[in-house]
Design a protein around this ligand. Structure first.
Ligand code: TYM
Length: 361
């Protein structure tokens, strides 16, 4: 799918981040940094997904402070409330109603086959991921398991709610990291299904946005897989200098290249990937060359990596600390954002109800 950059009427951009804790480098490079870079050229709406966070049962005492800290992080990273609509998902009740309506067209089978559902369901049920994944087997285990009360229906219908977040704005672009692309594919499918069922062309198809490059998957510091809150392998935007340096210096490595020009192992490639995001190209090139000729010292690589990450995160951290206790300002931002988002959402909901045949007496 191509990314149309024509500016006649500004394209609509919509994205959000779940309210489950502080933002890490994965959130930053997969999403937030793209939001900031898009705000001048597009009609942008960014939100905090607190309803999605409920699928994993956060401590009620923590939910609001998580919402607040993400809002502070949005603003600290450079999102300007004058240029974007910034809102909290639960402040827009139209989303919840449209979620109910869209669920009438979401199949249980397709929802159960979603990778994120299977991951979370497996975790909740304590089922180990299988190699050569046999989907039916996994589904049978999830369905047949006597303890399946811990896999709630909200988790299953998570993609419907995400599709509604996007479709309610008729978004063109949805800047997200690689892990969200399957959800985006389902969004397009639900939109197409709605159109074909009601014989309309009401929804169009939103696409990811990556400034012409591929969606990123930011790796963690533990040698394998992506950076993620539940993996405990994160560098947070709010990390102080000492904590951050310690984390990077402890990153998993290997025993060093055994012969010239060998392919880096996964832990080392992950450090190179992080370096590609935060360092000058010449710095990355220097360490890649040192790896190729076996002169690399991982201590030096990590020191440089920590230095370059800090250049990105420390100024943001300072602004977060300034902003996060400024309740008056934060609530002003989201109250205004909610009004603007509700106006858009109410119009879509009205039209969707109409298309589905819900009429007032
Ligand atoms: P969430 O909160 O898990 O992640 C927020 C954003 O950060 C990206 N991300 C990453 N990107 C690259 N590498 C990583 N290691 C990494 N970890 C996280 C995610 O891809 C995402 O863009 N379902 C969404 C929230 C959501 C949403 C929406 C997004 C709800 N409704 C509508 C867009 C549009 C989620 O859980 O993201």
């Amino acid at each position: 799918m191509t990314q149309d950059i024509s500016q006649d009427k500004k394209k609509v951009v919509l994205s959000g981040i779940r309210a489950t804790g502080n933002l890490h480098l994965g959130n930053y490079y997969g999403a937030l940094n793209k939001f900031v870079r898009m705000q001048d050229d597009y009609d942008c709406r960014f939100f905090i997904a607190d309803l999605h966070a409920l699928t994993t049962h956060p401590d009620p005492a923590m939910l609001h402070s998580n919402v607040k800290s993400i809002l502070a992080e949005y603003l600290a990273a450079g999102l300007d409330p004058e240029k974007n609509i910034l809102y909290v998902q639960s402040d827009v009740p139209e989303i919840s109603e449209m979620y109910l309506l869209m669920n009438m067209h979401a199949g249980i089978g397709e929802l159960m086959r979603t990778a994120s559902f299977k991951d979370k369901a497996r975790k909740a049920l304590g089922i180990a991921p299988k190699s050569g994944e046999d989907e039916e087997e996994i589904e049978k285990e999830i369905c047949g398991n006597q303890t399946n009360k811990s896999v709630n229906a909200g988790l299953l219908t998570y993609p419907t709610l995400m599709a509604v977040d996007i479709l309610i704005h008729h978004a063109d672009f949805v800047p997200v990291g690689k892990d969200q692309e399957q959800h985006l594919e389902l969004t397009r499918r639900f939109g197409r299904r709605f159109n074909s069922f009601y014989k309309t062309d009401y929804f169009h198809e939103p696409v990811n946005f990556n400034f012409g490059s591929h969606a990123v998957k930011v790796p963690g510091l533990d040698g394998s897989g992506k950076m993620g809150k539940s993996e405990g392998n994160c560098i947070y935007l709010i990390d102080d200098e000492k904590t951050l340096r310690k984390k990077v210096m402890r990153a998993v490595t290997d025993q060093g290249p055994q012969q010239p020009n060998s392919t880096p192992t996964e832990p080392i490639q992950n450090l190179f990937t992080l370096m590609e995001l935060v360092s000058e190209p010449s710095t990355l090139q220097h360490f890649k060359q040192a790896y190729a000729d076996c002169s690399i010292r991982y201590g030096d690589l990590k020191k440089q990596l920590a230095e370059d990450i800090l250049k990105v995160t420390l100024p943001i951290r300072e602004r977060i600390l300034d902003l996060r206790d400024n309740d008056e300002y934060l609530s002003k931002v989201v109250r205004r954002g909610a009004e603007q988002a509700r106006e858009v959402a109410a119009k879509t909901l009205r039209e969707v109800r109409e298309i589905m045949g819900i009429r007032k007496f």
